[in-house]
Design a protein around this ligand. Structure first.
Ligand code: S3P
Length: 175
């Protein structure tokens, strides 16, 4: 069994994931890095050289490959859960946790780092709020299919870890 952390870019999936993994004594993986490693290209390179659909295929392959692991907390990319194939893989092999945040809170976190994210790079300085809002609207129905929805802004990783430990025990998987 794995734990999949989902949520918009900038919602703190990697930071929370590392803390939860340490508390459970599980492994931690960042899905973006797995895809980058497998393809030998950075994410901006995948988008620039081959387009978004190439990146999405690489992301699904990475997810599929790591889903056979166990006791691993996986920080997904912001777009990972927005696909029936990916959602099915995650639901079948683990517990899905959504770190929910509002568009304004996400924008203030993302402004500083938007150049590392191809989907935001194309939105100009003033366009970032509109881009985040529209992407978040499209993605929310996917994100809300998570097993657990929690506040990403004021996340209490101790509380989430306890909840997860109880679910893992209920599922008969060992800590
Ligand atoms: C993306 C989010 C990024 C990365 C890629 C696409 C998205 O991951 O997978 O740039 O579609 O939201 P983070 O959520 O870790 O920034």
């Amino acid at each position: 069994m794995n734990i999949y952390l989902i949520g918009f870019m900038g919602s703190g999936k990697s930071t929370a994931g590392r803390k939860i993994a340490a508390a459970l004594h599980w492994h931690f993986l960042d899905l973006d890095y797995v895809a980058v490693d497998q393809q030998g290209l950075t994410i901006p390179e995948m988008f620039r050289l081959h387009g978004e659909s190439f990146f999405r295929d690489a992301e699904t392959k990475a997810l599929h490959d790591i889903s056979s692991r166990s006791k691993t907390v996986i920080a997904c990319g912001g777009g990972t859960p927005c696909s029936e194939t990916n959602m099915e893989i995650m639901k079948r092999t683990g517990i899905v946790v959504y770190l929910k945040m509002t568009a304004p809170a996400l924008v203030s976190r993302l402004v500083a780092s938007k150049n590392k994210r191809p989907l935001l790079e194309e939105a100009g300085e003033g366009g970032i709020s509109a881009k985040v809002e529209s992407l978040l609207n499209v993605r929310t129905p996917w994100y809300e299919q998570a097993d657990i929805i929690t506040d990403g802004l004021n996340i209490d990783t101790g509380e989430i870890t306890e909840l997860l430990a109880a679910r893992i025990r209920d599922a008969g998987a060992f800590l």
